[in-house]
Design a protein around this ligand. Structure first.
Ligand code: NAD
Length: 262
């Protein structure tokens, strides 16, 4: 695989939180970066923080819409002459118990994460295969794809779907030199819009912890007693997609400071 300094990366949901940290890290390593998110202005503002339009651009793309996804991929190729690395990061969490989860909740969670990452991977894979130079697809799944927690059946089920997409695409795209790997974060409170947009209050109520203490609470229940920040997830993406791990595909890397089996 090429070094990051010669690569073009597209990160979905990168106007905020973990995605923004991933885009920032990849740009710091010299990659040209496309920040794709729902809101064009926010995507462009996040890109401007990384540098001029020679190194980072923001595009509007709702990942649930195949035409918008295709347009974002086309824009990346047009702006930077190719595409090497795609991160399926866009997401949201409604975090409800089973009996309160509506059909619309279920559909939204699965549209954005399971279907959205399928659409992005499909459009991106076509480019990677045509280029004939390999590439990387990374899924930001979740600890919840493996471990069961309370009050988030729709979220966790769609994260498990994403995790299986990693295994399936690693098998299918291997012959083209495309690595497909996953990162499973947990407890990223500070710097995450997901927590700010209501999930924090929900988790606080679920665990009986004041919302402002959630970061500390999550840290204390980890093996390492450390708080996970967006930058730690970005580190994993950087390492997974670098030349040193050229022989690794279909892997899920936890970035959760250690979870003891229940
Ligand atoms: P965040 O809310 O800060 O970022 C999510 C981004 O996705 C936002 O910018 C949002 O606008 C964008 N987005 C939402 N729907 C979209 C759509 N349809 N199309 C395009 N963009 C869309 O939250 P975050 O914590 O940074 O989450 C990023 C990813 O990490 C998510 O997939 C989330 O499930 C995953 N994750 C987060 C945690 C955590 O502890 N914060 C843990 C495990 C997994």
């Amino acid at each position: 695989p090429k070094s990051h300094a010669t690569r073009v990366a597209l990160v979905t949901g990168a106007a905020s939180g973990i995605g923004k940290a991933i885009a920032t890290r990849l740009a710091a390593e010299g990659a040209c970066v496309v920040i794709a998110d729902l809101d064009l202005e926010k995507a462009q503002a996040a890109a401007a923080e990384l540098g001029s339009s020679d190194v980072a651009i923001g595009v509007a793309a709702n990942v649930t819409d195949a035409a918008q996804v295709q347009a974002a991929i086309d824009e990346a190729v047009l702006a930077f002459g190719g595409l090497d690395l795609i991160v399926n990061n866009a997401g949201l969490s409604l975090s409800k118990p089973l009996l309160e989860t509506t059909e619309a909740d279920w559909d939204l969670q699965h549209d954005v994460m399971a279907k959205g990452s399928f659409l992005v991977s499909k459009a991106a894979a076509r480019v990677l295969i045509d280029q004939g130079m390999g590439g990387d697809i990374v899924y930001i799944s979740s600890k919840n794809s493996v471990f069961a927690g309370p009050n988030n059946i729709a979220y966790s089920a769609t994260k498990a779907d994403q995790a299986h997409q990693v295994r399936l695409l690693a098998v299918e795209l291997g012959e083209y030199g495309v690595r497909v790997n996953g990162v499973n974060p947990d407890g990223v409170v500070r710097g995450s819009g997901i927590f700010a947009s209501g999930w924090g209050a929900n988790r606080a109520a679920t665990y009986g912890v004041p919302e402002e203490k959630l970061g500390e609470f999550y840290a204390q229940r980890t093996i390492l007693k450390r708080e996970v920040l967006p930058e730690h997830v970005a580190n994993a993406v950087y390492v997974l997609t670098g030349p040193e791990l050229s022989h690794t595909t279909g892997l899920h890397v936890p970035v959760d400071a250690g979870v003891a089996a229940a």
